[in-house]
Design a protein around this ligand. Structure first.
Ligand code: PA5
Length: 448
């Protein structure tokens, strides 16, 4: 089997010669600190050897619960936010047929997502849609207290119980949460839901290979064994004993750091040329944004879907402030084949493309954009992925996680906490008059 590849040749030309290699000692120190558990955030390193620690028996257990939901539900709503939903959504959307949700005769349950916003219209429309559906819920929250998720779960639980009866609802509601703490655990224990534990030492954004991601992905009908297998291979290929020159996670972390610290590139745009990868980019954005953006430091992670966004963001990227670099996820071979047809009248003047794969046009757009952006002063990193399937998504997930851990440490931040996320919550609770927030409530109103 092949592996994903990293090409930094179009990025190093913006750096002093040897700048990436010069970071090898710092990268090695970060790798060692991760391995020995001597880095900041060392109580959150459970993801590091997670792939190789997953047993077949555990995957069978996840699959068995997924099979029950698949059998009993036409729709499964995944309630979760941030790291408790983005990974699952990224994989499900990357692997799924873009139009399957429009078909009446589906072989897989439709997976919907809630608890990741507080949009009243969204929740109203969701509950309306679910009215005549046999639906189940996967309630995912490590803390078990996240407002967005808890709010959606209360609505969904009530509706599920009303529509199916409490006894049947119990069999189609699953909680993925802390082993002992939080409201999600309390509800699960009281109601007798099937549960999976999110290990204490794995933070949300590093949890896609726990049941947080694995259960929804299996319910959607995808092969979680292949996903984990891909991650296991990448765990080996990015291990500390793999030399810097061949270690793609080490090199990606180093080139990002060199671009940031030496070339003033403060923004990284993750780019895909496949609409199915939109949520992979969203997952990546959270992984890097929440891990690195602290202590007044951090590369700002942005995302663009090309060629779509070449018609909206292309101008800025080509000629705006030169503070950006791009990381392109390039899919070598799409799963489907579609040839461009002949047209006798050639009214659109496109007969020169006759007989070519649509992907060839996409690839030439990708190469043309690469050269144009490099000419315009945008360093380009390329992650080549043989095709979109479970195995390579597993590789990508672990590759980006490992590089993120290294990268945060060489930026000298704790990549595994997110203290800044609490600020908005505190203000929101004060404004909502949550018991215990009386003093903040008065003070905050005076500022408005
Ligand atoms: O990465 C993280 O830790 C966060 O994005 C969390 O996943 C997110 O805030 C949801 O938290 P919880 O799972 O506790 O509901």
């Amino acid at each position: 089997m092949e592996s994903i590849k990293l090409d930094i040749s179009k990025a190093v030309q913006f750096l002093n010669p040897g700048a990436v290699e010069a970071l090898a000692p710092q990268v090695a120190a970060a790798q060692e600190a991760l391995e020995n558990g001597t880095c900041p955030g060392n109580d959150f390193l459970g993801w590091l050897h997670l792939p190789s620690s997953i047993t077949e028996a555990f995957l069978n257990e996840v699959q068995a619960v997924a099979d029950t939901l698949r059998e009993k539900c036409e729709v499964v709503v995944v309630a979760g936010i941030g790291g408790s939903y983005l990974g699952a959504r990224a994989v499900i959307e990357a692997l799924g047929n873009s139009f399957a949700w429009l078909e009446n005769d589906r072989k897989n349950p439709t997976i919907l997502f809630a608890g990741n916003n507080i949009g009243e219209d969204y929740l109203y429309e969701l509950t309306e849609y679910l009215k005549d559906k046999k639906f189940g819920v996967i309630n995912i929250s490590k803390s078990g207290t996240t407002t967005e998720t808890a709010l959606a779960f209360r609505l969904l639980k009530k509706q599920c119980e009303t529509q199916r009866g409490k006894a049947e609802a119990k069999d189609v509601i699953v909680a993925v949460t802390d082993a002992t703490k939080g409201a999600a655990r309390t509800a699960a224990t009281q109601e007798g839901y099937k549960t999976f534990v999110i290990p204490d030492n794995i933070g949300g954004r590093f949890s896609v290979l726990t049941p947080v991601g694995l259960l929804p992905i299996a319910v959607a009908g995808f092969d979680i064994k292949k996903l984990v297998e891909g991650a296991q291979v990448m765990e080996q290929e990015t291990a500390n004993d793999v030399p810097f020159a061949q270690n793609i996670a080490a090199r990606y972390a180093a080139v990002r750091q060199a671009l940031y610290a030496q070339a003033g590139k403060k923004i990284e745009i993750i780019v895909n040329y496949q609409p199915k990868l939109h949520f992979m980019s969203e997952w990546w954005k959270q992984l890097y944004g929440e891990s690195e953006g602290k202590d007044l430091k951090g590369i700002f992670p942005a995302a663009c879907d090309f060629t779509t966004d070449l018609h909206s963001m292309g101008q800025w990227i080509q000629e705006g402030e030169r503070s950006i670099f791009e990381t392109v996820i390039s899919i070598e071979d799409p799963n489907r084949k579609l040839l461009f047809p002949h047209d006798d009248e050639n009214l659109d003047g496109l007969n020169f493309l006759e007989g070519k794969r649509i992907d060839e046009v996409n690839k030439m757009a990708e190469l043309g954009t690469l050269l144009a952006h490099v000419d315009g002063g945008v360093p380009n990193i390329r992650v080549s992925v043989p095709t979109i399937n479970e195995y390579y998504l597993g590789q990508m997930i672990y590759f980006f996680e490992k590089a993120c851990g290294i990268s945060g440490l060489i930026q000298e931040v704790n990549p595994f906490n997110q203290p800044g996320v609490e600020a908005y919550k505190k203000n929101m609770f004060a404004l909502l008059n949550k018991p215990g927030y009386e003093a903040e409530s008065k003070a905050i109103r005076e500022r408005l």
